[in-house]
Write a protein that binds this ligand. Structure first.
Ligand SMILES: NC(=O)c1ccc[n+]([C@@H]2O[C@H](COP(=O)([O-])OP(=O)(O)OC[C@H]3O[C@@H](n4cnc5c(N)ncnc54)[C@H](O)[C@@H]3O)[C@@H](O)[C@H]2O)c1
Length: 342
């Protein structure tokens, strides 16, 4: 079938759905319509993206025969996501769920169980993996002749953030680790394989009164392969050199070279021979990573092949969130096997 035969229905036409819609348009994907409980948002998105079908009731959208993939962009709480996922799974629809699947491992497991009970494919939209620049890094990362053996990485996401009176941003117990570091957890798992342990330090800047949870999170991660690294999400940074999302700074060091850069520009430095390589790529994180992720899912469904960020596998990334908060609570490194078994 053509990509355009895979009709997409989007549940939740808020901020991020606009990026999805623009990304899908660029990829020639077909959006059947959307469901949104807020009337003003519903009509604004329908107008801006020329959607012929919108409804307040997600069940009307999901039940349509021409909706084959349900794109879930409602906020990540069990209360909001579970009924939508249950309904979609019962109707045998494929599901594409915004990150984080959920911020708590035990709750995320419940969503995966629902999808599996009905045999409904579910991909988590870990769009960091589909950022054009990060995809362009991959061949260099995986080929020993450039980096030798990778042994260290750093991701630095540093900026000031104030969500103000936004309805739910920063209002939950967990914040920058669950909502932002999950991008980085998924990315480094994709690059380096399964994780072994996480040691975390977190802080809350009390002047950020609109945020309840952690605003600063420093995560030391060790992989089973021996690769180690630091994921820093410092969203309390008032300094003059911010490295904000979506231009967080990435460094990957190997025994013979280094990859450095962000979603806009990357450089591969090699020592043998001494060289600097500037891989080229097209597109940006917003909105292209969203279109790339959905196109990947559609192509895999169409050909019946495995897809990245499959929901059960993604529980390993959610487990890194869980490990980080447990690490802070118990002031120790938390190993994957404690949460996921061996
Ligand atoms: N880079 C990224 O991948 C990225 C960026 C931003 C947000 N997100 C994720 O996307 C999700 C949504 O974030 P957002 O910023 O778009 O939030 P948002 O609040 O702007 O939009 C969510 C929308 O869902 C609607 N909604 C809630 N329950 C509904 C229901 N039962 N039926 C229909 N509509 C319903 C709300 O009215 C709202 O318009 C979050 O999980 C967030 O973490 C991801």
């Amino acid at each position: 079938m053509a990509r355009s035969d895979w009709g997409i229905g989007i549940v939740g036409l808020g901020g991020i759905a606009r990026q999805h819609l623009e990304g899908y348009r660029r990829q020639g994907l077909k959006v059947v319509g959307g469901a949104e409980i807020d009337e003003a948002r519903r009509s604004a998105v329908a107008r801006d993206f020329n959607l012929s079908f919108v409804t307040a009731d997600y069940r009307e959208l999901i039940a349509r025969a021409d909706v084959r993939i349900v794109d879930i962009t409602v906020p990540h709480t069990l209360a909001l996501r579970q009924p939508i996922i249950a309904f979609a799974a019962q109707h045998q629809k494929a599901m594409f769920v915004q990150k984080p699947l959920l911020p708590y491992l035990n709750e995320a497991r419940q969503l995966v169980a629902i999808a599996e009970r009905h045999g409904a494919p579910m991909m988590v939209n870990q769009n960091s993996i589909f950022v054009p620049a990060f995809r362009a890094m991959e061949p260099y990362l995986r080929d020993e002749k450039y980096l030798g053996t990778p042994y260290w990485f750093q991701i630095e996401n540093v900026n000031w953030f104030d969500p103000g009176a936004h309805g739910w941003y920063g209002k939950a117990e967990r914040w920058v680790t669950s909502d932002m570091a999950i991008h980085h957890f998924a990315l480094v798992r994709h690059w380096f394989g399964e994780w072994d342990s996480v040691y975390a330090l977190m802080a809350h800047d009390d002047s950020q009164k609109h945020i309840k949870g952690d605003t600063l999170s420093s995560l030391l991660v060790r992989f089973q392969s021996g690769v180690q690294g630091l994921i820093l999400n410092n969203w309390s940074y008032r300094g003059h050199r911010p490295r904000p999302h979506s231009t967080e700074e990435i460094t990957i060091q190997g025994t013979r070279g280094c990859i450095s850069g962000n979603s806009k520009e990357i450089c591969v430095t090699t020592t043998d021979p001494p060289a600097k390589i500037y891989p080229t790529f097209r597109g940006d994180w917003f909105p292209d990573a969203f279109g790339n992720a959905m196109a990947h899912f559609v192509d895999a469904l169409d050909t019946g092949t495995p897809f990245l960020c499959e929901a059960r596998d993604n529980l390993n990334a959610v487990a890194m969130i869980e490990a980080a908060y447990l690490s802070v609570k118990e002031q120790r490194a938390v190993r994957r096997e404690e949460l996921m078994g061996s």
